[in-house]
Design a protein around this ligand. Structure first.
Ligand code: MN
Length: 312
């Protein structure tokens, strides 16, 4: 995985849990179904079957790939609108080009794009032309983070977080690499600044190693296994790639990698997410996430009337 990495983890700052921390228990464990997005790129719907109240402030997450494209095969989305939330696109492998009604950018190998759709915009997400021609590896995630009612109609905004800006740390035994992409975890602050207080971490746990990470108080805690096999929580529940864990209350989260991994990965790759729940009604329809049905109708009407911008 070319997401930001370091060859010698012992050079990194170590983050240690307190022995008094209660390890958060596993509340639910679900397996993400596979599907297709946009013009047909393969995704896993990470949060399918998870209670929305347990996800809050998160709404939806797709694991894009991992897929190895033949030349001419890479696919993207067509122009589409969003309103009322934020999309976070983390490219682990490969490159994604993004264009919206105002501008655009490219993210690649460990970069994250944070898009606050707010009052609304139109955008398109696709592999760059050169990658379509050559084919290649493509792997990433797209996470939808809700906005509270007071910020749903805020001005759209982007943050491009480059892979080199990600905050890196290691577990006390240097068996785990912790990448803090957003928020503050165990005293380490990531580059992403979020409207809704939240944290996002990509951890690589070496075969046979265990990561115990202090987790922010008042945040929920979720783990999604990107690759590999292992176990989670104080009861060591087995997990594998494509599974989502919701943790209950406590001070830390525990994730361990099995001593033997499958042929696709040397380590357990896990995304850890948490945020302060918004606790407002959620009305969702396609690309819009609002509080009421009336606001969804308004979003649809505004899109039809071209008030969310135009395709370029
Ligand atoms: Mn989109």
């Amino acid at each position: 995985m070319p997401a930001t990495t370091v060859s010698d983890l012992t050079t990194l700052e170590r983050i240690a849990p307190s022995p008094r921390d209660r390890s958060r228990p596993v509340r639910s464990l679900t397996t993400a179904p596979a599907g297709f997005e946009g013009e047909g790129f393969p995704v896993r719907r990470a949060f399918a079957g998870v209670d929305l109240a347990d996800l809050d402030p998160f709404i939806h997450m797709d694991q894009m790939g991992e897929v190895s494209y033949a030349p001419g095969e890479p696919k993207g989305t067509s122009w589409h609108p969003h309103r009322g939330f934020e999309t976070v696109t983390y490219m682990i492998d490969g490159t994604m080009e993004h264009q919206d009604s105002e501008g655009g950018g490219v993210i690649t190998n460990g970069d994250t794009q944070w898009m606050t759709a707010g009052s609304g915009l139109l955008h398109i997400e696709r592999p760059p032309e050169a990658l379509v021609t050559s084919g290649g590896l493509f792997h990433g995630i797209q996470l939808w983070v809700n906005l509270p009612a007071a910020e749903k109609m805020s001005t759209p905004r982007y943050q491009d977080l480059r892979s080199g800006e990600v905050t890196l740390a290691a577990s006390p035994d240097a068996g785990s690499l912790v990448r803090v992409i957003a928020g503050e975890v165990a005293g380490m602050r990531g580059p992403g600044s979020t409207r809704t207080p939240m944290a996002m971490v990509h951890a690589t746990v070496a075969a046979g190693a265990e990561l115990v990470l202090r987790w922010p108080e008042g945040y929920n805690a979720l783990a999604y296994v990107l690759a590999g096999v292992g176990d989670v929580g104080p009861d060591r529940r087995p997990v594998a790639a494509g599974q989502t864990v919701v943790f209950g209350p406590g001070e830390s989260v525990a994730v361990a990698a099995s001593a033997t991994q499958d042929s696709r990965t040397e380590a357990l790759e896990v995304l850890l997410l948490g945020g302060r729940p918004i606790r407002e009604p959620v009305a969702m329809m396609g690309p819009f996430v609002m509080n009421t049905r009336a606001e969804l109708r308004q979003a649809h009407d505004d899109f039809q009337a071209g008030r969310l911008g135009r395709a370029r």
